[in-house]
Design a protein around this ligand. Structure first.
Ligand code: GTQ
Length: 370
């Protein structure tokens, strides 16, 4: 390993002089600059995320969502969302890294118009019984703790069929990433609404069998043809896995939502997990490239992120920036806790940028060089 010291040969260590300052001004007028004035900043020794670790309390935010539902109509807002603005990433409306997340509220009987974009989206339902979303003509009905995806370019629209209670779900999108890449597009549906097929949840009926793959069905898109992942099946799978495995030292019993055709991530830019921490369980700390947005699906506990403690309970949101040390603790001695999360790991991995290191049970660091 090299020494982290910028005053060495191989790093930029030119000191300012009057002559150099004049030279820099002349370069600036020519829309140029000297690399050595920025080199150490643009080539950091290790990742320097602008986003900071953050936690948002659902209890504190829920009244604001109810207020938003009175203040603006769905039609005027497009989507009625309060989003998580990381103090270090306000420039790109990101919650962490180049990931966006927000809490969307839909009043009883309300629906939002259909649209599509080059950014990919996902939802994790927090409350309400009447939620539906139509993705490429498939009408999906979703309830609390269900996970659903809206891959890039797919027409989608959302609504709430309940007569009595609002629907609140968490949106996750790669908007800041796609905008940073200057690759975003947006379109409003010409009819404002899609005509859904007669069969509800058709992608779940076709692809939701898990270990059984339909024969004679070709799929050449880069995202999962299965668009919704119900909580009951997810929790059952975690409980079953917990019978035969302790999971990983850093995450406990953890499973990835996958594209059933490939076993890979649900979308090419974003992946998602559900993990289970046994009653009283605490994990070892690790860090890796890649950013993660969490929602507490069940239980209460705390996470330590770069030395800072964040206490969480059901429906809270928290984020772990790239390369931040993190560990999770279930603070309930009698019941398990579950964390839903989504991430940019597929982006990191497909660009060959994945690096990970962690503590072992003896407190030593398993260092993996990049
Ligand atoms: O439902 O597609 O929270 O386009 C932000 C932007 C949700 C959506 C958001 C969006 C959506």
């Amino acid at each position: 390993m090299t020494t982290i010291d910028d005053d060495q040969i191989g790093r930029a260590r030119v000191r300012d002089t009057e002559e150099l300052k004049a030279f820099y001004s002349e370069l600036e007028e020519m829309n140029t600059a000297a690399l050595w004035t920025v080199a150490n900043e643009i080539e950091p020794w290790y990742p320097q995320p602008k986003a900071v670790p953050m936690h948002w309390s659902y209890e504190a935010l829920r009244p604001k969502l109810i207020e938003a539902a009175k203040l603006v109509t769905g039609d005027d807002a497009g989507r009625r969302v309060v989003y998580m603005a990381n103090p270090g990433r306000k420039d790109v409306s990101a919650a962490v890294g180049l990931l966006y997340t927000g809490l969307q509220i839909m009043n009883p009987g309300e629906s939002m118009s259909a649209h599509r974009h080059a950014a990919s989206a996902l939802r994790f339902v927090l409350e309400g019984e009447g939620a539906w979303t139509i993705v490429e003509g498939d009408r999906l009905t979703v309830g609390p703790r269900d996970f659903a995806i809206t891959p890039r370019g797919t027409w989608h629209e959302h609504g709430n069929d309940s007569d009595t209670s609002p629907v609140i779900w968490q949106d996750g999108l790669d908007i800041p990433l796609i905008n940073t890449l200057d690759a975003n597009f947006y379109a409003v549906h010409p009819e404002l609404h899609q005509v859904p097929g007669k069969v509800l949840n058709s992608t779940v009926l076709r692809h939701g069998a898990g270990t059984l793959k339909p024969v004679g069905f070709d799929w050449n898109k880069k995202y999962s043809p299965l668009l919704a992942f119900p909580w009951e099946k997810t929790y059952e799978a975690l409980l079953n896995l917990a019978k035969v495995s302790d999971g990983t030292p850093y995450d406990g019993v953890i499973m990835e939502y996958v594209n059933p055709m490939t076993g890979g991530s649900v979308m090419p830019t974003m992946g998602a997990h559900m993990q289970l921490l046994q009653a009283g369980q605490g994990t070892l700390s690790h860090r890796h490239t890649g950013n993660v947005v969490y929602n507490v699906a069940k239980g209460k506990g705390h996470s330590i992120i770069n030395g800072q403690r964040f206490d969480w309970k059901e429906k809270d949101v928290f984020v772990v920036p790239s390369w931040a040390w993190h560990e999770h603790h279930n603070d309930d001695a009698n019941d398990d806790a579950c964390l839903f999360s989504f991430n940019d790991f597929p982006t990191m991995k497909s660009l060959d940028l994945w690096v990970e290191e962690g503590y072992d049970a003896n407190g030593g660091v398993q260092y993996l060089d990049f």
